[in-house]
Design a protein around this ligand. Structure first.
Ligand code: ADP
Ligand code: MG
Length: 268
């Protein structure tokens, strides 16, 4: 029973005014070890809720998640999270941020130093070890966040719009880095994004979610992530199939948003 099994997950939030939000309904998905999966969908379709359930931060009101056979019942180092921003210790050095997890685990210093040095080199921060995080650019901070997550050696890396706050060029570089880390480490990656292009590039499997209730709407198996490893991402985006799939998904999400807007107007 290897991998991540999402079995009929539902999540209902009961609100103080007596109404409720069905953030997720009957979401089922099987993710194999080592897969990279991107999740796309309009705002409010339950992407963050799903990721929080996978991380174990939130218990679903229905269904369960199993990871390598056991039921997920809370956060665990086997499942690491990379947030969009703000989850680093800003006053601490890059090195201390990345070594935080291993230190908490009680790992001996020489081993810790070796792991941290290796990871900082992998993400291209070897010359910034002693800098405080607040001194770094947004892109560099996300490199620290990736290295810190990897330092805990998780089996699954969960990312909630990790590149959403970056400028276009930095973002493109970071997409390449995510692909490289995925290939080099063999870890399972689940990445939420608002960008259709990013979802196409960073998903061997791309899941489109729909809102009200939050659910899986479409699923694609795509060749782009594999082709993009170590390649020029702009060349990958020029492939006709890339553009065709992008347009198809854009129209799909556009229609969903139109429908949401229509309903909101109808209610007003
Ligand atoms: N803690 C909560 N309490 C009440 N409603 C929530 C809570 N978290 C999320 N929601 C609602 O659940 C829905 C899905 O939210 P979310 O998972 O954040 O969507 P996404 O990340 O796709 O934008 C939204 O309607 C949101 O308002
Ligand atoms: Mg979200």
């Amino acid at each position: 029973m290897d991998g991540l099994h999402i079995e009929n997950i539902s999540m209902r939030f009961d609100l103080p005014d007596g109404t409720h939000v069905q953030a997720l309904q009957d979401v089922s998905l099987e993710i194999k070890t080592g897969e990279i999966v991107s999740v796309l969908g309009p705002s409010g379709c339950g992407k963050t809720t799903l990721l929080n359930i996978l991380a174990g931060f939130l218990a679903p009101t229905g269904g369960q998640v199993r990871m390598n056979g056991h039921v997920v019942q809370g956060p665990d180092a086997e499942r690491g999270m990379v947030f969009q921003k703000g989850a680093l210790f800003e006053w601490m050095s890059v090195r201390k941020n990345v070594s935080f997890g291993p230190r908490m685990k009680g790992m001996a210093k020489p081993e810790r130093t070796e792991i941290v040095d290796h990871l900082l080199e992998t993400v291209g921060l070897q010359d910034f070890k002693e800098k405080a995080v607040y001194e770094l650019s947004g892109g560099m901070q996300q490199r620290v966040a990736l290295a810190r997550c990897l330092a805990n050696d998780p089996d699954v890396i969960l990312m909630d719009e990790p590149l959403g706050a970056l400028d276009a060029l930095t973002r493109e570089k970071m997409q390449g880095l995510v692909l490289k880390l995925w290939k080099e480490t063999g870890k399972t990656v689940i990445l939420i994004t608002h960008s259709v292009e990013e979802a196409l590039l960073l998903g061997e499997r791309l899941i489109v979610m729909a809102p009200r209730p939050g659910r899986i709407y479409r699923e694609y198996n795509l060749p782009f992530a594999d082709n993009a490893v170590g390649a020029d991402l702009r060349e990958v985006k020029k492939v006709p199939a890339f553009g065709e799939t992008r347009d198809e998904i854009l129209s799909m999400i556009w229609e969903m948003e139109e429908e949401i807007m229509g309903r909101a107007e109808g209610a007003a």
